[in-house]
Design a protein around this ligand. Structure first.
Ligand SMILES: [Zn+2]
Length: 361
């Protein structure tokens, strides 16, 4: 009798623990097809970098004012603003600005109850229609700031850390499916497989080590993890941004200062020596108003992004990503003599044998 009572209490405690966590499920978009002949090292660098924003981008976010199911209290919105501020306070080169309309926003945030927490990953949000959310925070859940920190982490281009193949987690798979099938998540087996059990392909994971304290890692109750054995009694990340979260975000989005910009002049080829994922930034002040071509040269994968510097917030004009294809990133556009532009180039992969350069003409 006593044994049975204990068992009942335990089950109740487990149910309570589960109720405490509404988990995040990343919407799955089809992967951009790349040639099967792409060599693994190149493929890895393309997949890691293709979701990341050009450093220096101003990401604009908007809280829906309708329909009512997507709105939230001022306190809920403030927690998201505080989470953006927390990422920015690390000194990263990205900027975050709140805007009044969904059409002006890159990141559109709703608070639909019982829809879970989720966000698209990095530049994926650019493909989402302006009437749709790119992020949801579930107002039926009593979450803290770690939840918007985690969802913003996805928007910055970071995947789930508990799906890191280097974690070596062995799941009690049926226990995981059973736990997630219960409210508040009520996930199908497919959804649980996609967001927990399946390992992220090695080519989309940054770094080689596993960080169970990452803000991109879920907490797990006892009985779900078989190995490492020390987590069989449950795993709770430390909370907030871990030292490695900080290191990673600064790898892709380091602080930007005036010394990070050099001038790019017409017909002057600039030879570049860059590490994979590294970005260079140029100021362009055209001498004549006419059509220009801005292009990379060399056997490489890179993204070029052009902004107009209007004195306030840089305005996105055009971008071109040549990763995985046999051509060079190239932007053809009319520029004006009395205006100022910013060109950003992030290298994904470079064939060691060749040189990389950029030129406008
Ligand atoms: Zn997530």
């Amino acid at each position: 009798m006593a044994t049975r009572k204990t068992a009942v209490r335990k089950t109740a405690a487990h149910a309570a623990a589960r109720r405490a966590h509404t988990f995040c499920a990343v919407p799955r978009l089809p992967e951009r097809p790349l040639s099967s002949r792409t060599e693994p090292a190149r493929l890895e660098l393309i997949r890691v970098n293709e979701t990341k924003w050009a450093n220096g981008t101003v990401l604009k976010y908007h809280f829906f004012r309708g329909p009512a199911k997507w709105t939230a209290t001022e306190a809920r919105k403030q927690m998201v603003r505080d989470a953006f501020a927390r990422w920015k306070a690390l000194g990263i080169g990205l900027e975050f600005n709140e805007v009044d309309t969904p059409a002006a926003a890159d990141i559109r945030i709703g608070f639909e109850a019982n829809d879970g927490h989720w966000s698209y990953v990095g530049r994926e949000v650019r493909g989402i229609a302006v009437s749709r959310r790119t992020m949801n925070l579930d107002k039926a859940d009593a979450y803290d700031i770690d939840t918007p920190l985690h969802e913003i982490g996805h928007t910055l281009g970071f995947p789930h850390e508990h799906q890191n193949p280097n974690a070596g987690i062995v799941w009690n798979e049926e226990a995981v499916y059973a736990a997630l099938a219960e409210p508040p998540n009520s996930w199908s087996r497919d959804k649980t497989f996609d967001n927990i059990i399946s390992k992220i392909k090695p080519d989309t994971v940054q770094g080689s080590s596993w960080d169970p304290d990452s803000v991109m890692h879920y907490p797990f109750e006892a009985g779900l993890i078989v190995e490492p054995v020390r987590y069989s009694a449950g795993l709770t990340p430390a909370g907030g941004l871990s030292p490695r979260d900080v290191e990673w975000v600064k790898t892709f989005y380091p602080p930007l200062t005036a010394s990070d910009y050099t001038k790019l002049k017409a017909f002057e080829s600039v030879r570049l020596r860059l590490e994979p994922s590294q970005q260079v930034n140029f100021i362009v002040e055209p001498e004549a108003s006419r059509e220009y071509t801005l292009q990379t040269f060399g056997d490489s994968d890179a993204v070029l992004v052009l902004f107009e510097d209007t004195g306030g917030e840089p305005r996105f004009l055009a971008g071109d990503d040549d990763s995985g294809v046999d051509r060079n990133a190239s932007i053809k556009i009319r520029l004006f003599a009395d205006r100022k532009y910013i060109l950003r180039l992030r290298l994904y992969f470079q064939n060691r044998a060749g040189d990389l350069s950029v030129m406008m003409w």
